[in-house]
Design a binder for this molecule. Structure first.
Ligand code: MN3
Length: 195
Protein backbone atom coordinates (compact mmCIF):
# COMPACT_ATOMS: atom_id res chain seq x y z
CA UNK A 1 0.00 0.00 0.00
CA UNK A 2 1.25 3.43 -0.81
CA UNK A 3 2.33 5.85 1.89
CA UNK A 4 -0.48 8.17 2.94
CA UNK A 5 -0.84 11.63 4.40
CA UNK A 6 -2.27 11.26 7.93
CA UNK A 7 -5.16 13.65 8.57
CA UNK A 8 -4.72 16.28 11.26
CA UNK A 9 -6.32 15.63 14.62
CA UNK A 10 -7.75 19.19 14.57
CA UNK A 11 -9.23 21.64 12.10
CA UNK A 12 -6.99 23.93 10.06
CA UNK A 13 -7.89 26.96 12.17
CA UNK A 14 -7.53 25.23 15.56
CA UNK A 15 -4.06 26.63 16.29
CA UNK A 16 -4.83 30.22 15.28
CA UNK A 17 -3.72 32.90 15.88
CA UNK A 18 -0.36 31.29 16.70
CA UNK A 19 -0.38 29.12 13.58
CA UNK A 20 -2.96 30.24 11.05
CA UNK A 21 -5.22 28.16 8.82
CA UNK A 22 -3.21 29.51 5.88
CA UNK A 23 0.01 28.09 7.31
CA UNK A 24 -1.67 24.72 7.92
CA UNK A 25 -3.11 24.69 4.40
CA UNK A 26 0.38 25.04 2.96
CA UNK A 27 2.36 23.14 5.59
CA UNK A 28 0.10 20.09 5.82
CA UNK A 29 -1.68 20.37 2.50
CA UNK A 30 1.36 21.14 0.32
CA UNK A 31 4.65 20.44 2.15
CA UNK A 32 3.66 17.34 4.15
CA UNK A 33 1.56 16.03 1.26
CA UNK A 34 4.48 16.66 -1.08
CA UNK A 35 6.80 14.44 0.94
CA UNK A 36 4.21 11.64 0.71
CA UNK A 37 3.92 12.08 -3.05
CA UNK A 38 7.72 12.15 -3.40
CA UNK A 39 8.23 9.00 -1.32
CA UNK A 40 5.58 7.12 -3.27
CA UNK A 41 7.33 8.15 -6.49
CA UNK A 42 10.74 7.04 -5.21
CA UNK A 43 9.57 3.67 -3.87
CA UNK A 44 6.90 2.63 -6.38
CA UNK A 45 7.35 -1.01 -7.41
CA UNK A 46 10.37 -1.45 -5.12
CA UNK A 47 10.82 -3.40 -1.86
CA UNK A 48 11.11 -0.09 0.02
CA UNK A 49 7.45 0.62 -0.79
CA UNK A 50 6.30 -1.90 1.81
CA UNK A 51 8.64 -0.79 4.62
CA UNK A 52 7.54 1.31 7.57
CA UNK A 53 8.65 4.92 7.84
CA UNK A 54 10.69 3.96 10.91
CA UNK A 55 12.46 1.25 8.88
CA UNK A 56 13.28 3.73 6.13
CA UNK A 57 14.51 6.31 8.66
CA UNK A 58 16.82 3.67 10.09
CA UNK A 59 18.11 2.20 6.84
CA UNK A 60 17.62 4.54 3.87
CA UNK A 61 19.67 7.47 2.64
CA UNK A 62 19.29 10.29 0.15
CA UNK A 63 15.84 11.13 -1.12
CA UNK A 64 14.11 8.12 0.42
CA UNK A 65 15.48 8.97 3.87
CA UNK A 66 14.65 12.66 3.49
CA UNK A 67 11.05 12.11 2.40
CA UNK A 68 10.33 9.25 4.83
CA UNK A 69 11.75 11.24 7.73
CA UNK A 70 9.87 14.38 6.70
CA UNK A 71 6.57 12.43 6.65
CA UNK A 72 7.28 10.99 10.12
CA UNK A 73 8.59 14.28 11.54
CA UNK A 74 5.59 16.29 10.34
CA UNK A 75 3.03 13.82 11.69
CA UNK A 76 4.87 13.90 15.00
CA UNK A 77 5.00 17.70 14.92
CA UNK A 78 1.25 18.03 14.26
CA UNK A 79 0.55 15.67 17.14
CA UNK A 80 2.90 17.64 19.40
CA UNK A 81 0.38 20.51 19.28
CA UNK A 82 -3.30 21.01 20.05
CA UNK A 83 -5.82 23.82 20.33
CA UNK A 84 -5.36 25.62 23.63
CA UNK A 85 -2.26 23.63 24.41
CA UNK A 86 0.76 24.78 26.36
CA UNK A 87 0.60 24.94 30.11
CA UNK A 88 2.81 22.41 31.79
CA UNK A 89 3.18 18.64 31.88
CA UNK A 90 2.01 16.62 34.86
CA UNK A 91 2.97 13.56 36.85
CA UNK A 92 5.95 11.42 35.83
CA UNK A 93 6.87 13.60 32.86
CA UNK A 94 6.93 16.78 34.94
CA UNK A 95 9.00 15.02 37.60
CA UNK A 96 11.48 13.80 34.97
CA UNK A 97 11.76 17.27 33.40
CA UNK A 98 12.43 18.79 36.82
CA UNK A 99 15.03 16.10 37.55
CA UNK A 100 16.85 16.37 34.21
CA UNK A 101 16.61 20.13 33.55
CA UNK A 102 16.41 21.47 37.11
CA UNK A 103 13.01 23.08 36.51
CA UNK A 104 10.24 23.33 33.92
CA UNK A 105 11.28 26.94 33.27
CA UNK A 106 14.83 25.81 32.49
CA UNK A 107 13.46 23.21 30.08
CA UNK A 108 11.51 25.91 28.23
CA UNK A 109 14.54 28.22 28.09
CA UNK A 110 16.72 25.37 26.80
CA UNK A 111 14.16 24.36 24.16
CA UNK A 112 13.83 27.94 22.87
CA UNK A 113 17.57 28.60 22.91
CA UNK A 114 18.29 25.35 21.07
CA UNK A 115 15.58 26.10 18.49
CA UNK A 116 16.97 29.59 17.92
CA UNK A 117 20.48 28.20 17.65
CA UNK A 118 19.66 25.76 14.85
CA UNK A 119 21.18 27.47 11.81
CA UNK A 120 19.01 26.86 8.76
CA UNK A 121 16.26 24.25 8.61
CA UNK A 122 15.56 21.43 11.00
CA UNK A 123 13.75 20.56 14.20
CA UNK A 124 14.11 21.02 17.94
CA UNK A 125 13.14 17.99 20.01
CA UNK A 126 12.54 16.83 23.53
CA UNK A 127 13.98 13.31 23.54
CA UNK A 128 14.56 10.47 25.95
CA UNK A 129 18.23 9.51 25.66
CA UNK A 130 18.71 6.36 27.71
CA UNK A 131 17.13 7.29 31.04
CA UNK A 132 17.55 11.03 30.60
CA UNK A 133 15.37 13.68 28.98
CA UNK A 134 17.31 16.06 26.76
CA UNK A 135 16.71 18.81 24.23
CA UNK A 136 18.46 18.48 20.90
CA UNK A 137 18.17 19.80 17.40
CA UNK A 138 18.47 18.07 14.04
CA UNK A 139 19.34 19.42 10.60
CA UNK A 140 16.87 19.33 7.69
CA UNK A 141 14.99 15.98 7.85
CA UNK A 142 17.12 14.57 10.68
CA UNK A 143 15.37 12.46 13.31
CA UNK A 144 16.73 11.42 16.74
CA UNK A 145 15.69 7.80 16.09
CA UNK A 146 18.86 7.39 14.03
CA UNK A 147 20.87 8.13 17.19
CA UNK A 148 18.89 5.71 19.33
CA UNK A 149 16.95 8.49 21.07
CA UNK A 150 13.18 8.45 21.55
CA UNK A 151 11.31 11.57 20.41
CA UNK A 152 8.91 12.97 23.03
CA UNK A 153 7.82 16.13 21.17
CA UNK A 154 9.11 18.37 18.39
CA UNK A 155 8.83 21.81 16.81
CA UNK A 156 9.48 22.27 13.10
CA UNK A 157 12.10 25.00 12.55
CA UNK A 158 11.83 25.28 8.76
CA UNK A 159 10.77 28.79 7.75
CA UNK A 160 7.58 27.38 6.17
CA UNK A 161 6.44 26.53 9.72
CA UNK A 162 6.33 30.17 10.86
CA UNK A 163 6.99 32.64 8.08
CA UNK A 164 3.35 33.41 7.23
CA UNK A 165 2.43 34.09 10.87
CA UNK A 166 5.64 35.32 12.47
CA UNK A 167 7.77 36.32 9.45
CA UNK A 168 11.43 36.05 10.44
CA UNK A 169 10.71 35.88 14.17
CA UNK A 170 11.47 32.26 15.04
CA UNK A 171 11.63 33.24 18.73
CA UNK A 172 8.01 34.45 18.73
CA UNK A 173 6.96 31.19 17.05
CA UNK A 174 8.82 29.13 19.66
CA UNK A 175 7.26 31.20 22.46
CA UNK A 176 3.82 30.45 21.02
CA UNK A 177 4.69 26.76 20.64
CA UNK A 178 5.87 26.49 24.25
CA UNK A 179 3.22 28.72 25.79
CA UNK A 180 0.08 27.98 23.81
CA UNK A 181 0.43 24.94 21.55
CA UNK A 182 2.28 21.99 23.10
CA UNK A 183 0.14 18.89 23.57
CA UNK A 184 1.60 17.63 26.85
CA UNK A 185 -0.73 14.62 26.87
CA UNK A 186 0.89 13.44 23.61
CA UNK A 187 4.36 13.98 25.10
CA UNK A 188 3.35 12.04 28.22
CA UNK A 189 2.13 9.11 26.07
CA UNK A 190 5.48 8.99 24.28
CA UNK A 191 7.38 9.24 27.55
CA UNK A 192 5.36 6.46 29.18
CA UNK A 193 5.75 4.18 26.13
CA UNK A 194 9.52 4.67 26.06
CA UNK A 195 10.19 3.63 29.66
MN1 MN3 B 1 7.77 21.49 7.86
Amino acid sequence: MAFELPPLRYSNDALAPHISAETIEFHHGKHHAGYVKNLNGLTEGKPTASKSLEDLIGTASGGIFNNAAQIWNHTFYWNSMKAEGGGSPEGDLLAAIEKDFGSFETFKETFKKTGLGRFGSGYVWLVLDGDTLAVRDTLNAGNPLTDGQTPILTADLWEHAYYIDHRNNRGAYLDAFLGSLINWAFAAENFAAAR
